[in-house]
Design a protein around this ligand. Structure first.
Ligand SMILES: Cc1ncc(COP(=O)(O)O)c(C=O)c1O
Length: 361
């Protein structure tokens, strides 16, 4: 007998993650598989983070600190906010879901770019809210259009900066203008999952607007530059009031013991982070040069991935690359049918990808 879920649940888009390495090995009988599909850190985390995580495992018979205070104190000290202004999540993804749970009533509107990180739309629709999507313009957020789409029903606006899947940023000047148009009672969420990679001097974190008293939540993660995607730890920085609301809908023990310890160690290892950022910048430049030498069009990226138009159907290119042991994310999934999203790998991985793509094209 059929069972009925809430009507909107059946309509939710199912998240399509990058294919796991083991699945491709099994399906295609390959021993060597390279994954450049989920914007993970190809060099892995700081050895100090790994060691802290290992040590924390000794204590897994205990619940973790529900308030993640040690980690919050480290972050708060550096970002000049109070610990009550920080909320942690089982990945920043979980905080996106908490935002929808706490702020979106049926019929409320949430403005976001398209394409952008797909969880905004899904989480809003789960709450019977309306996702108002505004097409990117030249691969960048069209902030003018986004501001125009704000109505009396708008509760939240998502600004993904840098944006996934395009890798582009909006500048401080553009954001200043935009924030001047957004009503003060609308929550502006800046998703800064790739913050650490940005070197452009025209970029500003959304923290600027939090410090000027606006209703802002800035999302950051340990899954990207810090290399801890598998442990799941993200955090949001907002006003005390916003964070209080989020804490009311949060699962009490959502930050596991190993993740809290590893994240705290990763946060403090600035030398390792700087090394990763430098390696990524070099890899990004090599990847871009290699792709352009094949006649592909690369969107200038401020992240650890590139969006590249290869001029061929992305699904076919994706499948052909898989057979050669390379996993990327095909662009038809997010509306760019001849593009690929490719994570910056180690020099060896980038070379293997470029060689494989050359064969496929
Ligand atoms: C823009 C953006 N936001 C959030 C996330 C989720 O990150 P986390 O692993 O912290 O849940 C991702 C992951 O790909 C992302 O690209």
């Amino acid at each position: 007998m059929d069972i009925k879920a809430r009507p909107n649940v059946g309509n939710l888009a199912v998240y399509v993650p990058g294919k796991p390495i083991e699945e491709v090995q099994r399906e295609l009988g390959l021993s060597q598989v390279i994954k450049l599909a989920s914007n993970e850190n190809s060099w892995g985390p700081s050895p100090k983070a790994l060691e802290a995580g290992r040590q924390a495992l000794e204590k897994v018979f205990l619940y973790p600190d529900a308030n993640a205070l040690v980690l919050k104190e480290l972050i708060a000290g550096e970002l000049a906010v109070g610990t009550e202004q920080i909320v942690t999540g089982n990945g920043s993804e979980e905080i996106i879901a908490m935002i929808a749970k706490a702020f979106v009533d049926p019929g409320n509107e949430v403005v976001m770019a398209k394409p952008s990180f797909p969880r905004y739309q899904t989480c809003v629709e789960l709450m019977n809210g309306v996702a108002v999507e505004v097409e990117l313009k030249d691969y960048r957020h069209d902030l003018e259009q986004m501001a125009q789409k704000i109505t009396a029903r708008t509760k939240v606006v998502f600004v993904c900066n840098p944006n996934n899947p395009s890798g582009t940023i909006v500048t401080e000047q553009e954001l200043d203008k935009f924030m001047g148009l957004v009503p003060e009672d609308v929550l502006v969420v800046f998703d800064e999952a790739y913050f650490e990679y940005v070197a452009d001097k025209n970029y500003a974190s959304g923290l600027k607007y939090l410090h000027s008293g606006r209703n802002v939540l800035v999302l950051r993660t340990f899954a990207k530059a810090f290399g801890l995607a598998g442990l799941r730890m993200g955090f949001g920085i907002g006003t005390e009031q916003i964070v209080d609301f989020l804490n009311r809908v949060r699962e009490p023990f959502n930050g596991n013991l190993a993740a809290q310890a590893a994240a705290a160690a990763a946060w403090q290892d600035k030398e390792y982070l700087a090394e990763i950022i430098a390696r990524n910048a070099k890899g990004l430049a090599e990847l871009r040069a290699g792709l352009e030498s094949m006649g592909c069009t690369v969107v200038p990226s401020h992240t650890n991935f590139v969006l590249v138009d290869v001029g061929k159907p992305s699904q076919e290119v994706f499948e052909a690359l898989l057979k050669l042991g390379i996993i990327i994310l095909p662009g038809h999934l997010f509306g760019y049918p001849t593009s690929l999203r490719v994570t910056v790998g180690t020099p060896e991985e980038n070379e293997a990808f470029l060689n494989a793509l050359q064969k496929v094209l």
